[in-house]
Ligand binder design. Structure first.
Ligand code: ADP
Length: 183
């Protein structure tokens, strides 16, 4: 029997390679083990489908966030724990997501605060190398801005924490806020 939590969107923001997807996957794994309904919305995946017409200009990034906020809002309204991982570099777009989703449930902003040097060293998808060589334009942290969250609900330091520790910090926050109380 699955447990229904209160609707919440957990919004992971941070540079490419910061660990948004990796931590969201681990949070999903741990919560599903406890029997909660979760749904992940991941930038790399939705950009192949829902927002495949969009690029990385500020205008397109905003549209990407708007469309995904629409989906996350529906899920949250249906009491699903929704795990969003988008670079979402603009403060205004994150505020928009918070405002929209707060109409139907909770919004938890998680700043995956990994230094650019560490992300570049990891270079999970080889994108930093390409961005440095000028082969990719508008690359966050290299040739495009990242506006750091000023008041995130949760901050993760993945350069110092293990994936499991980072995931636990997120889950503990949800628990403390009463968002994992069973109905
Ligand atoms: P993003 O989704 O932010 O672009 P990814 O999750 O795709 O980033 O990549 C993060 C990389 O960092 C992975 O290779 C992951 O194994 C590694 N990593 C090392 N430590 C951590 C940690 N504590 N949390 C998350 N990722 C970590």
């Amino acid at each position: 029997m699955n447990k229904r939590a209160k609707g919440v969107t957990v919004w992971f923001t941070g540079l490419s390679g910061a660990g948004k997807t990796t931590v969201a996957l681990e949070v999903e794994r741990q919560l599903e083990e406890e029997g909660y309904y979760t749904q992940r919305l991941d930038g790399d995946i939705v950009r192949e489908k829902l927002t495949k017409d969009l690029g990385f200009t500020k205008e397109d990034r905003n549209k990407n966030i708007e469309r995904n906020t629409f989906v996350a809002k529906i899920l949250t309204d249906n009491d699903v724990i929704t795990l969003c991982s988008f670079i979402s570099p603009y403060e205004s777009a994150r505020s928009y997501a918070r405002e929209e989703i707060s109409e139907v449930g909770e919004f938890v902003e998680v700043f995956v605060n990994t230094p650019l040097e560490v992300c570049e060293e990891r270079d999970v998808k080889g994108l930093y190398k390409q961005a440095r060589e000028g082969k990719i334009e508008n690359f966050t942290g290299i040739s495009d801005p990242y506006e750091e969250p000023k008041n995130p609900d949760v901050e993760l330091k993945t350069a110092q924490e293990s994936v499991e520790e980072s995931a636990k910090i997120v889950i503990n926050h949800l628990r403390e806020k009463g968002l994992l109380d069973k109905e």
